[in-house]
Design a protein around this ligand. Structure first.
Ligand code: AGP
Length: 613
């Protein structure tokens, strides 16, 4: 997954482009490049490494052009190198292209273009695009009207796979052409200036008037106009969204890292996600999907399908949904889902969770389920993201931009919105669970304030992080919803501290994993369910007798004498407890990573949204 920015206006393009790339580095950061129109020619500079290094190239400071494109890369085809970095130009240096996505048929296209006399400098799939554009632009039968847009249209119609591209050309130096399929692209507009980017935060400081491209859309952009075409090259109108985030929301607001900012934003994110869905006295409000009782009554199975943290949110909500509506709920990892031939028919409901809305595995799973007759609901945090264009219904979390690769506020917002959805389903079905529904509603209303309480108690977590940051292994254990939270806590620690970690159901330890427990091993327990208290406490005692040092996250009456490191959290319905119990463990992962001096927001090998399968 990569970051794309473009600018056409009256200012020098390069500073705007570099600043945009810096905001998109979380999308990929192994190499970067920039191209601007300088008089009659395209100047293009690229560099292996971070955007900062590109910015410091002396050649970049010589760029004065007012139209340009730039790119920060997360390598898929071709190792990170300056040659493989984007932008890519055609053989005649007439067209420059930046691309996010994967061209699945690039080798056939290379062969076709090779036979037509084109050569390639890079190992990338992307390099076929500028040469295809050149091929169509210079063909005898090329239409003179909208020549550049037409050539791009023909080129992208040959592409199989996913793309968001931006194209500039020295042959038509006052235009930029963009096109997208399965990878996100937005256009920001101001009078006589236009901005394009892979996502909104990169250009929000300039304008909050944003067009979001749909799959198949092409746009021809000049300084004072945009013409949109659909995949059949018919001119179409598009609605301009007015984004309410302010530019600061996409910055760090004074926190050292995006991840810490986003951890502390969770009370607001949850409150925003609840929004007006829980007005006192009313039924849970889901007018945005409006599912009928007739339809829901026929549903025999619900699949929750997602990846990583989003899948862990599904695990946390499965018991709530089953308890409220008595419909079996299965939680599936998206990359496994469609290959295991799941039982799907029109009585199946698919709920796909994706913070970015761009995760290829999750989108592919949703598409496959739709083809088999299932209705689909997407839960996403990004307006207009690809998954929202595929699903039958879309429900947004309102966590605000989540920039850190490690997902935090999205997780707690996803559990919140899915719990509300479960309540909505129960009310649509008119199930006889009034007390439980009203109790859950009250508990959900109180989540933001309870999360704030947990966030006030960071010192003991910092201290424990200092004790374990050199560990090689850390184990998390819990039962029921505490196990769901343990899975997420383990992922957090792994992905930003690079410490190996596993989560186990507490009751499973004695069936094997307890063999791993030895003197001074770290075991972190979560205990929030009164019904499971005794058993959970004895599981933790078992590892202590074998020499483990433990940390316990709990809201139960447990004695410090037996369990020395306890982080207490507020009372909460056990089925909602992951929203609170995960907070100290998000912070623990953060502080461990900081102790190790790692780049918390951009951990190695990872990208914020994985748009490849
Ligand atoms: C979470 O911390 C990870 N960054 C990763 O597991 C992420 O949750 C997963 O890739 C799914 O992303 P999505 O929610 O954008 O689909």
């Amino acid at each position: 997954m990569c970051g794309i920015v473009g600018y056409i206006g009256n200012e020098k393009a390069s500073p705007i482009l570099i600043k945009g790339l810096l905001k998109l580095e979380y999308r990929g950061y192994d190499s970067a490049g920039i191209a601007t129109l300088e008089g009659e020619n395209i100047s293009c500079f690229k560099n292996k490494g971070r955007v900062k290094e590109l910015q410091n190239m002396k050649e970049v400071s010589t760029l004065n052009g007012t139209i340009g494109i730039a790119h920060t890369r997360w390598a898929t085809h071709g190792k990170p190198s300056s040659t493989n970095a984007h932008p890519h130009l055609d053989n005649s240096n007439s067209f420059a292209v930046v691309h996010n996505g994967i061209i699945e048929n690039y080798s056939e296209l290379r062969t076709f273009l090779g036979n037509a006399g084109y050569t390639f400098l890079s190992e990338t799939d992307t390099e076929v695009i500028p040469n295809l554009i050149h091929y169509y632009y210079t063909k005898e039968d090329a239409e003179e009207k909208n020549k550049l847009a037409n050539a791009v249209r023909k080129a992208v119609s040959d592409l199989k796979g996913s793309y968001a591209i931006s194209v500039i050309s020295k042959l038509e130096p006052n235009k930029m052409i963009v096109a997208r399929k399965d990878s996100p692209l937005v256009i920001g507009i101001k009078e006589n200036e236009k901005y394009i980017a892979s996502d909104i935060p990169a250009i929000l400081e300039y304008t909050n008037n944003i067009y979001i491209l749909n799959d198949g859309d092409i746009a021809e952009i000049t300084r004072n106009s945009i013409t949109f075409y659909d995949k059949d090259f018919n001119v179409i109108d598009k609605k301009c969204e007015v984004i309410t985030w302010d530019a600061k929301a996409a910055d760090k607001n004074g926190y050292e890292d995006y991840m810490l900012k986003e951890i502390f934003e969770q009370p607001v994110a949850i409150r925003e996600t609840i929004g007006t869905r829980l007005n006192i006295g009313d039924k849970c409000n889901f007018d945005d999907i409006n599912i009928s009782k007739e339809y829901l009554s026929e549903i025999s199975r619900i699949y929750i399908v997602a990846c990583g943290t989003a899948m862990h949110a599904g695990l946390a909500v499965k018991p709530i949904m089953e308890r409220l509506i008595s419909i079996p709920v299965e939680v599936d990892i998206a990359s496994e889902f469609r290959y295991r031939d799941p039982l799907i028919d029109e009585r199946t409901l698919i709920i796909c969770i994706s913070q970015s809305g761009e995760t290829a595995d999750t989108i592919a799973a949703l598409k496959s389920a739709k083809e088999q007759g299932a209705k689909t609901i997407a839960i996403s945090n990004v307006i207009g993201s690809s998954i929202t264009r595929e699903a039958d219904y879309t429900i947004y979390t309102h966590a605000g931009p989540e920039i850190a690769v490690a997902s935090t506020k999205a997780y707690t917002s996803q559990i919140t919105i899915l719990s509300l959805l479960a309540i909505y389903f129960a009310e649509v079905l008119d199930v006889d669970e009034k007390n439980m529904i009203n109790n859950l509603k009250d508990e959900i209303r109180e989540l933001p304030s309870k999360v704030s309480i947990v966030l006030e108690n960071t010192e003991p977590i910092k201290e424990f992080a200092k004790r374990i940051y050199k560990e090689k292994d850390v184990f998390f254990i819990g039962r029921g919803s505490d196990y769901a939270a343990s899975m997420e806590a383990s992922l957090k620690l792994k992905e930003i501290s690079y410490i190996h970690s596993d989560a186990y159901q507490s009751g499973e330890l004695k069936h094997g994993p307890i063999a791993l427990i030895e003197e001074d091993v770290t075991v972190i327990g979560i205990i929030t369910d009164r019904r499971l208290l005794e058993k959970s406490v004895s599981n933790l005692a078992e590892v202590i007798t074998r020499g483990a040092k433990t940390l316990l996250i709990t809201n139960q009456n447990i004695n410090e004498a037996e369990f020395p490191n306890i982080i207490r959290i507020p009372q909460v319905h056990p089925l909602l407890s992951p929203v609170l119990s995960i907070i100290p463990l998000q912070l623990l992962a953060y502080y461990v990573s900081k102790e190790k001096g790692l780049d918390v927001d951009k951990p190695r090998n990872l990208a914020k949204s994985v748009t490849v399968e």
